[in-house]
Design a binder for this molecule. Structure first.
Ligand SMILES: Cc1ncc(C[n+]2csc(CCOP(=O)(O)OP(=O)(O)O)c2C)c(N)n1
Length: 640
């Protein structure tokens, strides 16, 4: 028996090199300490908890067996990589997770040499690992590449596209399928059922038969290691799986919390002579923390919480979230219209559609992490007379762009895109920011593109989208709570391509798209106080633009500002193009565009991110004053 040292083992492990100096018998204790450290840290920061808890042993075993960072380890999504961060030189910063200036909530190349690939959008790991493996092969370098991918992430087509090519990697590619039978919500679809059957009903092999079968492919005397536990031998099965058909050497299923099983299996696949390997590891989301194990979502993502009770800090209350408002409004539509249906790509709770699913179980389709399929499926539904609402976060819709263009827009099919998390999103950072949807959607013929300025507008937009049968229509709305306006009891169908003037002035016109409207109104107060009478218009539509309104405001104001929560190529570009095409800019008009800066902004609170982006009221005032050459004023003065 290994003596348990007086000091915690984790204190002696800064990097995987330290870990590899431990005896195998010490790893259990280390894993327990690692789990406790992770729970303590996430209790303080909030973030992804359940997924990381489930891979504590796997993380320990991988870094123990493989020669990271030379061997390239790619965590799919990266939300489960907190234990990995603790073991790879980042323990001292683990309590800065997702805070401004702190560690990212995902893996990030700039953060550590142990993060060879940045992740956050799902199902990229096998492709990236294949790239590492093939590059090493071509360069004659020894390194292996390991992709750890969850069963949820395995539902995306990209994982199969990668496996279809995996032969190119030879024995340098190892895929570890981390099967916890959960996505964010319970997993859906045929593949999930297939994995469940693999786990529950693989014929158990006799030890002798197993050793004989494995000896041809695996170099180490696995049967000796296997002798340690009968379950291990029973759990090992091979041949005939979907993965084998795709050219992988399938090993599993094995218990992902049992280090005595994990270590010898990983050593064997590491040293396997030929071909890519897939190790099917069964884990439990939330493992080792009772409140997480008991929670329906296994504490996928949490607020700060009390470690003893597991109780999460409640958000301050206040107005309903945009997500909730969308879901309620859509349910109201579905109540009266049997053709209204909804599609989510593995985000039923994130999109609010879990409520819709309860009310209309036959009309909610969770398609798994499959945004491309979600969009084309919606196109098919629309072509057959349904009114599909495809609810996808702005950042994840990027993945389905060709489907939006080719299957929806070109065919002018009335798919309704409900684009949640539009604009900056805070702690999830650049990978999750909804910065580009206006740019990539409003450039498409046939599409109508709206942005809600507040939660009441969102209700009208859901109703407008439901009524819009002549082609595709999208509406975007941000993460977080509304501004507290009363919700309409009777929603209106908004006239397509028409904005509204919220406040009339005469010298400065602010054309706003989306929820910067509140900042625009604050800025207007400050400008008025300086004697600069200010009009504020909520354009509602970036496509089609309200040309008449824009013409009128340009003709009657000295300074025109556009403001939006999106990248270059959005509202500002559309207004400038229209104005210059019509010669409206030939007159000495002072027109300025305010939008997200041309950088990928790091995680921080959304308020700070918008401040960094220069999209708050003081920045609007500053932009106006600069346009008018009131040089004395700047952001500081305007704030005061
Ligand atoms: C393209 C894309 N769509 C949606 C998401 C949101 N998302 C993050 S984690 C997750 C579930 C992943 O499940 P799984 O791979 O099984 O990992 P687990 O959390 O269970 O460990 C989803 C849907 C994403 N990251 N990327």
């Amino acid at each position: 028996m290994t003596a348990i040292p007086a000091t915690p083992l984790l204190d002696t492990v800064d990097t995987p090199a330290d870990l590899r100096r431990l005896a195998p018998g010490q790893l259990r204790q280390l894993a327990d300490e690692l789990r406790a450290e992770m729970i303590s840290a996430v209790g303080q920061t909030g973030g992804h908890l359940g997924s990381g808890l489930g891979v504590v042993e796997l993380t320990t075993a991988i870094h123990y067996v493989f020669n990271t960072p030379e061997d390239r380890l790619v965590w799919d999504v990266g939300h489960q990589a907190y234990p990995h961060k603790i073991l790879t030189g980042r323990r001292s910063r683990i309590r800065t997770l997702r805070q401004g200036g702190g560690l990212s909530g995902f893996t990030k190349r700039s953060e550590s040499e142990y993060d060879p690939f940045g992740t956050a959008h799902s199902s990229t790991s096998i492709s990236a690992a294949l790239g590492f493996a093939v590059a090493n092969k071509l360069a004659g370098k020894p390194g292996k590449a390991i992709a750890v991918i969850g069963d949820g992430a395995m539902s995306a087509g990209m994982a199969y596209e990668a496996m279809n090519n995996a032969e190119a990697a030879g024995n340098r590619l190892i895929v570890i399928l981390n099967d916890n039978d959960m996505s964010i919500a319970p997993p859906v679809g045929g593949l999930s059922g297939y994995l469940a059957r693999l786990v529950s009903s693989r014929p158990f092999l006799e030890l002798r038969e197993l050793a004989k079968k494995l000896s041809r492919r695996l170099p180490r005397p696995l049967h000796q290691a296997a002798k340690k536990t009968d379950e291990f031998a029973r759990g090992m099965a091979m041949g005939g799986t979907l993965f084998e058909e795709l050219g992988f050497y399938y090993v599993g299923p094995i218990d992902g919390h049992n280090l005595d099983q994990l270590i010898p299996v990983l050593e064997n696949v590491r040293d396997a002579a030929e071909g890519p390997c897939l190790v099917h590891v069964v884990t439990q989301k939330g493992k080792g923390y009772a409140p997480a194990e008991a929670a329906a979502d296994k504490y996928h993502g949490v607020q700060k919480f009390d470690v003893i009770t597991g109780e999460q800090v409640k958000s301050a209350g206040g107005p309903p979230s945009y997500t909730n408002v969308f879901a309620q409004a859509l349910m109201a539509e579905a109540q009266t219209d049997p053709t209204v249906c909804a599609i989510t790509a593995a985000m039923p709770s994130g999109t609010g559609l879990d409520k819709f699913a309860k009310a209309f179980p036959d009309r909610l389709f969770d398609v798994g992490i499959a945004e491309q399929h979600a969009v084309t499926f919606a196109a098919g539904l629309a072509a057959q007379g349904m009114r599909p609402f495809c609810a996808i976060y702005s950042t994840f819709l990027q993945r389905a762009y060709d489907q939006v263009v080719h299957d929806v827009a070109i065919q002018n099919l009335p798919v309704r895109f409900a684009i949640d998390r539009a604009g900056l999103v805070g702690a999830d950072g650049a990978t999750h920011a909804g910065s580009f949807d206006v740019t990539y959607l409003a450039s498409l013929p046939n599409l109508v593109v709206m942005a809600a300025a507040d939660e009441a507008e969102l209700v009208h937009m859901v109703h407008t989208a439901a009524a819009h049968d002549s082609g595709p229509i999208a509406f975007r709305y941000p993460r977080g709570n509304g501004v507290g306006v009363a919700l309409p009891t009777v929603p209106e169908v908004l006239p397509i391509g028409k904005g509204r003037v919220v406040r009339e002035g005469s010298k400065v016109a602010i054309l706003s798209l989306g929820t910067r409207l509140a900042e625009a109104l604050k800025a207007a107060d400050q400008l008025d106080a300086r004697g600069l009478s200010t009009t504020v218009a909520d354009l509602r539509f970036v496509k089609p633009l309200d040309d008449d309104l824009i013409r009128r405001l340009i003709a009657t104001h000295e300074v025109v500002i556009t403001i939006e929560e999106g990248a270059i190529g959005g509202l500002g570009a559309h207004v400038l193009t229209m104005a210059s095409d019509e010669g409206l800019t030939d007159t000495g008009l002072k027109i300025r565009t305010m939008r997200l800066p041309d950088v990928f902004q790091d995680h921080d609170s959304p308020e700070k991110q918008y401040d960094q982006a220069g999209l708050n009221a003081p920045h609007i005032v500053d932009t106006v004053l600069k346009a008018l050459r009131h040089n004395s004023a700047g952001v500081q003065e305007a704030r005061a």
